[in-house]
Design a binder for this molecule. Sequence first.
Ligand code: ATP
Ligand code: MG
Ligand code: MG
Length: 569
Amino acid sequence: APTERTDFIRNIVRDDLAEGRHAAVKTRFPPEPNGYLHLGHVRAIHTNFGIAEEFAGSCNLRYDDTNPAKEDPEYVQAIQDDLTWLGYHWHDLRHASDYFDVLYLGAEQLIRDGKAFVCDLSAEEVRASRGTLTEPGSNSPYRERGVEENLDLFRRMRAGEFPDGSRTLRAKIDMASPNMNLRDPALYRIKHVEHQNTGNAWPIYPMYDYAHAISDAIEGITHSLCTLEFEDHRPLYDWAVDNVALTRHPDLLKPLTDRGLPNEAGKPRQIEFSRLNLDYTVMSKRKLMALVQEGLVSGWDDPRMPTLQGIRRRGYTADALKLFIARLGLSKQNSTIDYTVLENTLREDLDARTQRRMAVLDPLKLVITNLPDDHRETLSFHNHPKDETMGERRVAFSNTLWIDREDFAEVPPKGWKRLVPGGEVRLRGAGIFRCDDVVKNDTGEIVELRGCLDPESRPGMEGANRKIKGTIHWVDAATAVPTEFRLYDRLFTAANPDDDSDGKSYRDHLNPDSQRTVRGHVEADAAHAAAETRFQFERVGYFVADRRDHAASQPVFNRAVTLRDTWMQ
Ligand code: ATP
Ligand code: MG
Ligand code: MG
């Protein structure tokens, strides 16, 4: 049986269920559709969907689409694709905008209860009257407006009578509160902007804190899990839930019932956990957007991007990401995780799951002179050294092979185990080769190695047991397919590219060597693999057939990760 996971949130959920506070746990993942999901989101996804799964509850996908200016249907679709790729299934798909009419009625309710007022101060005037951490703010001159006047003005805001920014609806809480979020925060603002879901139906939009709290309440979310920066907003969250009080005002839900949308209004509890940060990475959507728009990467799915689209194209598996997140666990302490930890998790996952193939990235011709030119043969190779169930494959072999240039040294450094002039090396699965001749062109470049294959040294033969220091990989020149290999590395050279204290921007820390393309060969079998197939190219690294550009006739493989950590600081 899988071991039961524990962390402070799961403990709360477990207690709540044990004490009968909820019939079932209900969570939601609430992305704002203003960009693509990134690695940081995986923690929120894994927490919300994971907890729902573990406790036999459910998790909604809810777009927090209260800021129409920045939102786009492109992101709405991509978020669903990413969640599906991660293997999560949402219970209901909702939008905060599905609740605009309920949120509106809730606001009128607050006005009637004397808990909200229409304020005519400009944004600047509001800022100036908010006070500071040590000084209380001052009440708006509009704070004591009567209910009827407030209702009239709010309805006219809704009718589109006033220009952007001319008025807001504000909660009437406490301008002297030590928590700035409680100093009569805005609940609604005027914005004559088309919305990706509701079109031009609304000239006013609810503020995030209000919309989020009430949306959670509408959906009957039991545990509203979010990141630490919302900790200070929790009192406002609770204020909105308690004062709109859907459980006492079921009439507010009528617009939903009329549309046949089920709802289980309840009192959600917000719990915060720390954000995931990775070194050598920027994770804010705003910065990722800038990288794309400034052409510093090829797009949201550039394999160097920490977006799910990028990381998927890079060759990461959903399982590796989930394992990475699960191992880190949940805490209330913000910290930055070593990029190496992520890469090691990927190596571990790919080692177990990928079949082995041979690929040569920097080809050097090797001719076996004691085999005829028309020699054609196929050799049998295990697809995985530790997993028999992955079976075997046939690999073409002839007298002309490609080997990697770096497996030959005319003047070997100390400790060299690979091929040298006159030396012997084992050709993976084919036997022991002795290099007799090094052929050079006019400019002195080595263009070909020639030599003999010991006919008694085939795998399984007695002669194969001779002690030979090195084994190298190869591909058969007659059948191998010319291939483009894209070699990726970290996008930034600085451990903390976000640090701008030295006046530098993350743009100044871009790694100039984060992408390199080389041309070589793969064995024919790998060329024919479907896009997104992952392999370990023996001795070279883990690669994935590019999701967009790979074709059997023109293979393109992205390096997901090297076999070992080679990052130099
Ligand atoms: P960004 O700052 O990158 O724009 P965001 O928090 O504004 O991120 P949302 O779309 O609002 O992005 O995020 C959806 C959910 O994912 C929220 O609950 C948010 O707290 C969570 N989330 C976002 N980034 C991280 C992160 N780095 N680690 C953990 N959770 C995150
Ligand atoms: Mg957000
Ligand atoms: Mg954001």
